[in-house]
Every structure is written in C-alpha cells, then in structure tokens.
Design a protein around this ligand. Structure first.
Ligand SMILES: Cc1ncc(COP(=O)(O)O)c(C=O)c1O
Length: 375
C-alpha cells in the first residue's frame, strides 16, 4: 500500500499495483502453501487460455492472434525481426519509443535513411493528407505509438489505419502507454500488429506483455527469429519444425503463474472501476497539472492533456534540481530523458521535463502537492 508520506505519480513507468491485486496474490500463495503438493499441480496447468480470451476480448482481437511475452520491446523485436524491411522505406511517428527506432535501424538494412517521419501538423498530430502522399508501394511498414511516453500524446491511430496502404505494409502500433487507459480495438485501429505491456496503466504484472498480429501480417512473415517450442509444430511429412500460422508462434514457452494471477486481478479491477470512470478521473487530474503549471510559468507540452500523462517543461531548472525537489517532498514522478523519443524534435533541449502520470489512487491534493514542491 502507498505509505501516507509518499506520493506516487509515475504510473506511466510502472503502474502502482492496487491493494486488491496484492491481496489476490497473497490469497493464491497462501492457498498454494496450504494445499501443497496438490495446489502445485493445479498451478502447473493454470488457466492461461482464460487470460488470453479476456485480453483478446479487451482489444477486439481473435484469441489465436494474441501471444504473451516478457516485454513490449521483446515482442516488438520478434515481430519486426520477422518482417522483410531491407532496402524499403519505413514510416515512423515522431514520438516512437527509442528501442523500436534502434531496432528498425538494425534490422531495416542499409541505408538507414530509409526511416522517414510520418507527416504531422503544427500541433504535432498526424496530417492525413500529407501521410497519404507518403505511403507508396516502396513502404515496408508504418509504426506509431498509440500514446507517447513523454508528451502523453494520443495519436489518431484510427485515421492512420484507415488510409490506404499496400497489402504488404503492416501498421504496427506500440500501445505500451495505452493498454489500461485507452480504449483499444485492433479492428477500429485497422492495425496489423499491436504490442503492450501489462505493467503500466493496467497496473498488472511486470515482466509480461501482449502481442496482437493479424492473420494477414502473420502470413507475410518470415520464420520467427527467436523460436520456442510453444510456437512450433513438427511437420511429419517434411520432419521440419514450422511456425504456427497464428500469433501464437510468438508465445513464450513459459508464463509466470504469479503474473497470470495478477493479470486476472488487474483486469477485474479495471472492469469494476470502468475505463470511462478512470479516463474521467485522469482528465480531472491532468487538467489540474496543466492549469497549475501555466500559473507558475511552466509550459505543458500539449494544448490539452490527451491521456493520463501530463508533462511540463521547466525552462530554468536542471533535471538534477527538479529530481532533488521531488525527492525532498517524497514525490515519485519522472524527470524525462529526451533520448526515449529520439525522433521527436518538438521536445525542448534545455531545462527539464517533468512527467506526472497519476492513476485511480491519486487525488487533486497529490497534484497540488507536486506543483507546490516545484516552487
Ligand atoms: C511507448 C513505449 N513503448 C515501449 C516501452 C518499453 O516497454 P517495455 O519495457 O515493456 O519493453 C515504453 C516504456 O516506457 C513506452 O513508453
């Protein structure tokens, strides 16, 4: 539980696990200890398909097209490593997460100039007419985050996904900052791939992530570069191992039972709160950050908050000084490193960037407290 003197406002890095989820974990551990060794047998066949069904339903995907892995980055690497990108153009949103960009540079083949930014308007949002002109037969893939890590921008992925693109060009959405706070429907997004971690806005387990791959994208992929037996089938005729013709070719061969218990509880908790109420609460808190920041002469990065992330620019404070002020007031929030979004030229190069990412447990008093700490 959150100690009364600690104010946790860094849910965009790691969501603060709710006491309800912790209680479920404790109950499960106690039951397992009490029933030893029978319970361990039950654990060994723990019901992963149920988790898959629930998450698949949450994102509007068929369950065979959903896989589990350890992190967003790991699943992204497996997917991108299975695509043929060399020598063709890649269109990427300016707010793309650094490790995805590095991955593309490594796998996209020379020359790296094949990476091109998706066109945006004066506010930093997609410019659909200009993007339509960018998309040609020589584009190998389009990548975008759903919600960006630093600005907290909610890209208009639906519009992007509805633009015509060649059949060989998947739209790959990084929803690490979206799952649990944004309504996700892969059909509405028109995307071919979606990756997300469970540890942030869903406040679920760490070390767990999910992947959606459309059937079309699965069919165009080369063999999974990091195969595990869970995703392979022996072809009796050829005596070769083939990848399953489903997203499940990317499944980890083992998924922590503790994580599955925590995930079930976290999904249950969100369903009780409802996404709509959570979004309303987050908007109240992030709008307060923007309002108080402007009163103090700091600049919020967007005109209005677009997610549970409110990031403000403190032009005269070094990152170290900002961190010291937060520490002194027992506040946990993120002083951003702009290297996390290396293509985002809208980010300021001097001063410090403070990201405040509240969740259900936070109140307006918490926001007042963090802003007072910056005086
Ligand atoms: C947009 C985005 N993508 C990817 C990641 C990395 O996620 P993971 O640690 O699960 O690889 C983050 C982490 O903050 C993120 O914000």
């Amino acid at each position: 539980m959150q100690p009364s003197d600690l104010c946790y406002l860094n849910n965009a890095s790691v969501g603060l696990q709710s006491p309800t989820v912790s209680a479920h974990l404790r109950e499960w551990l106690e039951a397992e200890m009490a029933a030893y060794p029978r319970q361990r047998l039950e654990s060994a066949i723990w019901d992963l398909p149920t988790k898959r069904t629930r998450l698949a339903t949450m994102i509007g995907a068929p369950e065979a097209q959903v896989a589990f892995g350890a992190s967003t980055s790991q699943l992204m690497a497996q997917v991108v490593g299975s695509l043929n990108l060399a020598g063709r153009r890649l269109l990427i949103a300016p707010g793309e997460w650094a490790s995805n960009v590095v991955l593309l540079r490594r796998l996209g083949g020379a020359p790296t100039r094949n990476i091109e930014l998706l066109a945006t308007d004066a506010n930093g949002q997609f410019d659909p007419a200009a993007i339509a002109n960018q998309i040609g037969e020589d584009v190998a893939a389009i990548l975008t985050p759903l919600v960006t890590s630093i600005e907290g921008r909610r890209y208009d992925v639906e519009t992007l996904g509805n633009l015509p693109r060649p059949a060989h060009c998947p739209l790959i959405v990084d929803a690490a900052q979206g799952l649990g706070q944004s309504d996700i429907d892969v059909r509405r997004f028109g995307c071919d791939v979606l990756v997300a971690t469970t540890r942030k806005w869903l406040r679920g387990p760490r070390g767990m992530a999910l992947l959606y791959v459309s059937q079309l994208a699965t069919a165009m992929m080369q063999p999974n570069p990091a195969p595990e037996l869970a995703g392979l089938r022996l072809n009796l005729e050829t005596q070769r191992f083939d990848d399953l013709p489903q997203a499940r070719r990317f499944d980890a061969s083992d998924v922590s039972v503790m994580n599955q218990v925590a995930l079930t509880a976290a999904i249950g908790e969100l369903q009780q709160i409802t996404l709509e109420q959570l979004q309303g609460h987050l908007t109240t808190l992030t709008e307060r950050v923007y309002e108080l920041a402007r009163d103090r002469g700091f600049r919020p990065l967007l005109q209005h908050p677009e997610s549970g992330i409110a990031t403000i620019h403190l032009p005269d404070a070094t990152p170290l000084r900002t961190r010291q002020k937060l520490d002194a007031a027992s506040i946990v929030a993120k002083v951003c490193d702009t290297a996390a979004e290396p293509l985002n030229i809208r980010l300021p190069a001097t001063g410090s960037l403070l990201r405040i990412s509240p969740h259900w447990h936070n109140t307006l008093d918490d926001i007042d407290r963090v802003m007072a700490a910056l005086d």
